[in-house]
Design a protein around this ligand. Structure first.
Ligand SMILES: Cc1ncc(COP(=O)(O)O)c(C=O)c1O
Length: 394
């Protein structure tokens, strides 16, 4: 129909700008070496940091939950979708984050949208956000009428200026990713918390990529800095290091109760199937009882990051298992990814609007499941393609 001609026109535009993506399809489990589009490749693009997505204990917990409670929750949480397993999970998450309470949403994106919109809905409120915060935070901000201030990435003078401009607001929320998802760097939480509190603002940290990764046992970025008692709202997902699905917010009991009454994605979206909640609960237990996954993740991270730098790639400012290889143009990043695939390695290219124009990259993530042999094979392929594309000198 002609009224929808814009669809193809815009898709063609994306192709011209090398931003058109074909979905890759994973055949089988999410593993360090996976079959993708019919080819066995070393997988450097999954967020399955600890390998829990395929852990036998999680699978067993999910199957047992299906046998016991069925496959669906049957209602939204506030009607009659809250099952015992949901509450058990929320108690475990609160314990994990050393908070009084927590509340689970169906996904991290729902947790961010719902929490931000509920906390600072009105024009007399203010929200202050890092320029590189995740899209789900940006969406949450778009849903409020609050005055918004975006400070340049990790720029504390910028934050200070924004706090001054926001002074006099009814409520001020300062929000930051803990680990930034495209660059793998970490927010300067001590300074952020201090400045926010000096200006009577409260802090929310999105630790989607920090939970299970940062901190002595994977508790998160707030724990990495010893700030778990100072950050009012610790948000994270269970879809990455925990290997399953779901977002959550950990904090005070009034925070939980407030969100139960006001967060729209909580109010108006069906609860997780019991199998999801049971697998998430088991993931937290595994994290506590099997510290070897967390240790191995960091061992692999240090090795791989060190070798990429030694080869001469521009890996930006990452200090976490997310290591970008910055190449500049989207077309180069796409070519890099395609040639690597031929060499048996999958690393997704990322371009605008996910990262700024001119900062296109391959985004690599190592997991606890990669063996040294797999990492070495990947490094050989990266080096070969890097030279072919003149990103590395021969
Ligand atoms: C920083 C950050 N926040 C939130 C999300 C959304 O989480 P989910 O995938 O659970 O919706 C993501 C994941 O893509 C993320 O990287």
């Amino acid at each position: 129909m002609r009224t929808m001609d814009f669809l193809q026109q815009e898709l063609d535009e994306l192709k011209e700008r090398h931003l058109y993506r074909k979905l890759r399809v994973l055949q089988g489990e999410q593993q360090a070496t996976s079959v993708i589009d019919g080819k066995k490749v070393i997988n450097l693009s999954s967020n399955n940091y600890l390998g829990l997505a395929t852990h036998p204990r999680l699978k067993k917990a999910a199957i047992a939950a299906i046998e016991k409670w069925g496959v669906g929750a049957g209602a939204v949480r506030p009607i009659i979708g809250t099952m015992e397993i949901h509450e058990s999970l929320e108690k475990a998450l609160a314990q994990f984050k050393h908070t009084d309470a927590s509340l689970v949403f169906v996904a991290g994106i729902a947790a961010n949208r719902g929490t931000i919109q509920a906390l600072i809905p009105e024009e007399e409120d203010a929200v202050i956000s890092d320029a590189l915060n995740h899209a789900s935070i940006i969406d949450g901000i778009r849903l409020t009428k609050a005055k918004r201030f975006v400070y340049p990435h990790k720029d504390m003078q910028g934050l200070k200026d924004a706090l001054k401009k926001a002074s006099g607001s009814r409520r001020t929320l300062v929000i930051t990713d803990g680990v930034f998802s495209m660059d793998g760097d970490v927010a300067p939480l001590p300074e952020i918390v201090e400045l926010a509190h000096q200006h009577n603002a409260f802090v929310m940290v999105d630790d989607a990529h920090g939970s299970g990764v940062m901190g002595p046992h994977g508790e998160g970025t707030t724990f990495h800095f010893g700030l778990q008692d100072k950050v009012e709202i610790q948000m994270a997902t269970m879809s990455k290091a925990l290997g399953v699905l779901g977002g959550y917010v950990a904090g005070s009991l009034p925070l939980r109760e407030f969100l139960i009454h006001k967060a729209r994605p909580f109010l108006f979206s069906t609860a997780h199937p019991p199998a999801v909640a049971a697998a998430c609960l088991e993931a937290i237990r595994v994290l506590e009882e099997e510290p070897e996954h967390h240790q191995k993740l960091w061992e692999n991270t240090k090795y791989f990051k060190g070798e990429l730098e030694r080869l001469g790639f521009d890996t930006g400012v990452s200090v976490t298992p997310i290591t970008p290889i910055i190449v500049g143009e989207a077309a180069t990043a796409m070519k890099f990814s395609d040639l690597l695939f031929v060499e048996g390695v999958f690393a997704q290219s990322i371009g605008y609007p996910t990262v700024p124009e001119g900062k296109a990259r391959l985004r690599t993530i190592v997991t606890a499941r990669h063996t040294r042999e797999e990492l070495d094979k990947a490094l050989i392929a990266l080096s070969k393609v890097g030279k072919t594309l003149a990103l590395l000198t021969t």
